[in-house]
Design a protein around this ligand. Structure first.
Ligand code: UDP
Ligand code: MG
Length: 326
């Protein structure tokens, strides 16, 4: 019951902010706005939709401006360039004013029809209500497999419980948003940050649809970097693992070395000492480079954080013009 009071979900006439990161989404924006507004209006919810334009190079911004002229509940936060989804989300959360904030992708992979369910759970007292994918559709077996492995590894490597098959689609209470906004790290692994803040959380299962239109900005290189981000942000296990990899490599190298030495004794060799030398050199080089690379990943992140740059810059902010959000 105390949660009910603390997370402000008991407010009879709550004001909801919907934060939508937008990067070149002109094909989906009209349909997105249509579906989302329909869901929220049907429930007579007071809301604003904050579109965060993350440096789109297509007509997304013009489209958003046109939407805003017609609908006073629309706010536009125009970033000075493309900063990436994580930062766009953070900017949207910083500018949100709602008693609860919903984060949703513009591409309709997260069904807006789930929002009323999120709100009900929030009103029951949950601070964070997140959507969990029931089934992945329109994605290749390889993507499904890599996602599966990533979550499993992350779970093992970090102390924070990061729910699997969960994206950014979620509702957060005001206090959860305020807590999240205090985390100003440059390398923003959002799934981890969402989990780190804690508070009562509930998951709601949903079927993730394929993208409505347009193209995903993700590719395997991005996914790989995302995975490294997740692990280095939430765990120092790789630094420890480096030690063990060193030991294991040493073992195999020793076995291979023994084999070469024995073979050389039996069969002879053109240049005496050469095989054993090359084995030792390769072994040491490999282990050292791996360990250095891992240290480098962490050092690079320390470097980025020490610069203390602002997370994003705003070109312009056009707030919503709703009475409730003032
Ligand atoms: N997005 C963004 N900045 C970026 C890339 C993506 O704001 O640099 C937004 C994009 O417009 C969409 C959401 O983030 O609303 C998810 O992007 P996408 O569909 O490309 O990712 P996926 O669903 O494939 O993970
Ligand atoms: Mg998508």
């Amino acid at each position: 019951m105390t949660n009910l009071i603390q997370n402000s979900g008991n407010n009879n006439n709550p004001f909801i902010s919907v934060v939508v990161p937008v990067y070149n989404e002109q094909e989906v924006l009209p349909e997105f706005l249509d579906r989302t507004s329909r869901v929220l209006e049907a429930r007579e919810i007071d809301y604003e939709i904050i579109f965060v334009n993350d440096g789109s190079t297509d007509n997304s911004l013009e489209l958003l401006n046109r939407f805003r002229e017609k609908d006073p509940r629309i706010a536009i936060l125009d970033l000075s360039r493309n900063f990436g989804k994580e930062i766009a989300l953070t900017a949207g959360l910083d500018y949100s004013r709602g008693d609860a904030v919903i984060i949703i992708d513009a591409d309709l992979q997260d069904p807006p029809e789930l929002i009323p369910e999120f709100i009900s759970a929030w009103q029951e007292g949950f601070d964070v209500v997140y959507g969990k994918r029931k089934k992945r559709q329109g994605e290749t077996v390889l993507k499904r497999l890599t996602a599966y492995l990533f979550y499993r590894i992350l779970q093992r490597a970090s102390n924070v419980h990061i729910p699997e098959d969960t994206g950014d689609f979620r509702l957060m209470s005001r206090r959860a948003v305020d807590a999240l906004c205090k985390l100003r790290e440059q390398h923003r692994f959002m799934k981890g940050l969402f989990a780190w803040i804690g508070f009562p959380q509930r998951c709601i299962l949903y079927k993730r649809e394929p993208r409505y239109a347009g193209r995903s900005k993700w590719n395997y290189w991005h996914l790989w970097n995302h995975a490294i981000e997740g692990i280095t942000s939430f765990s120092i296990a790789p630094l420890k693992i480096a030690t063990y990899i060193g030991l294991i490599t040493a073992f195999f190298s020793f076995s291979y070395g023994s084999y070469i030495i024995i073979r050389t004794i039996i069969r002879g060799c053109d240049v005496p000492g050469y095989p054993s030398l090359i084995v030792i050199m390769l072994f040491l080089g490999g282990v050292e480079l791996t360990a250095l690379g891992i240290i480098g990943e962490y050092l690079g992140r320390v470097f980025d954080e020490t610069k203390r740059r602002p997370l994003y810059l705003i070109d312009q902010y056009l707030p919503s013009r709703t009475a409730n959000g003032q």
